[in-house]
Ligand binder design. Structure first.
Ligand code: 6PG
Ligand code: NI
Length: 182
């Protein structure tokens, strides 16, 4: 009947504590992600695009466990295309995930295995169920940082290669100030 203080804490935009893994993606890590190569070429590759802090209470690939993460995605554009996450399918492709919006605004861009693409608006309080076999990526369409949180199975894994090879079938771009899937 002892009581313990939790080992991990969250604020709006990050997790801290033991078993929390932090990573940053700078523009240079996103080579090939954006369509406008000329605009990309002129930008500072050291510029941070997003930070992820993830709480991994069990080993990667453990069946039945859960992971949680908070992603902070900065505002910005490469040409007319909004700053966005790399995006991925899960390696265990049928594993689902929850995303929820915490701060700022943007879109969750989803693509199924038949390459159908659709988007859901993200804002503080929005909740998104990402079914298995659906690739997911987030774009910041606002002028402030976009923060969202995620919860996914510990045996989901990340398949970045499929997106690196073939991309998403549609991109979210600024058309006269309006975020538009093209
Ligand atoms: C996951 C989540 C999420 C995601 C980050 C960064 O499965 O781990 O979808 O934590 O990894 O938002 O996005 P990328 O992994 O696509 O770079
Ligand atoms: Ni995921």
């Amino acid at each position: 009947n002892k009581v313990f203080i939790p080992e991990v804490f969250f604020t709006n935009d990050c997790l801290t504590g033991e078993d929390v893994v932090k990573s940053t993606r700078v523009l240079g890590d996103l080579d090939g992600v954006f369509q406008d190569k000329e605009a990309y070429g002129k930008m500072n590759k050291e510029q941070a695009v997003y930070h992820v802090s993830s709480y991994l209470p069990v080993l990667e690939n453990t069946p039945g466990g859960l992971f949680m993460g908070i992603t902070t995605l900065y505002p910005g554009k490469v040409g007319q295309e909004y700053f966005m996450t790399k995006g991925h399918f899960h390696s265990n492709s049928d594993r689902a995930e929850f995303y929820w919006g915490v701060e700022g605004e943007g879109f969750l861009i989803l693509m199924d295995e038949r390459r159908n693409v659709w988007a859901e608006r993200m804002f503080p309080g929005s909740l998104h169920y990402i079914p298995g076999k659906v690739a997911h990526r987030v774009a910041n369409t606002g002028y402030q940082k976009l923060v969202f949180s995620a919860c996914w199975p510990s045996d989901a894994g990340h398949d970045y290669a499929t997106i690196a090879d073939a991309g998403f079938a549609r991109r979210l771009v600024d058309v006269n100030g309006v975020p538009t899937l093209v």
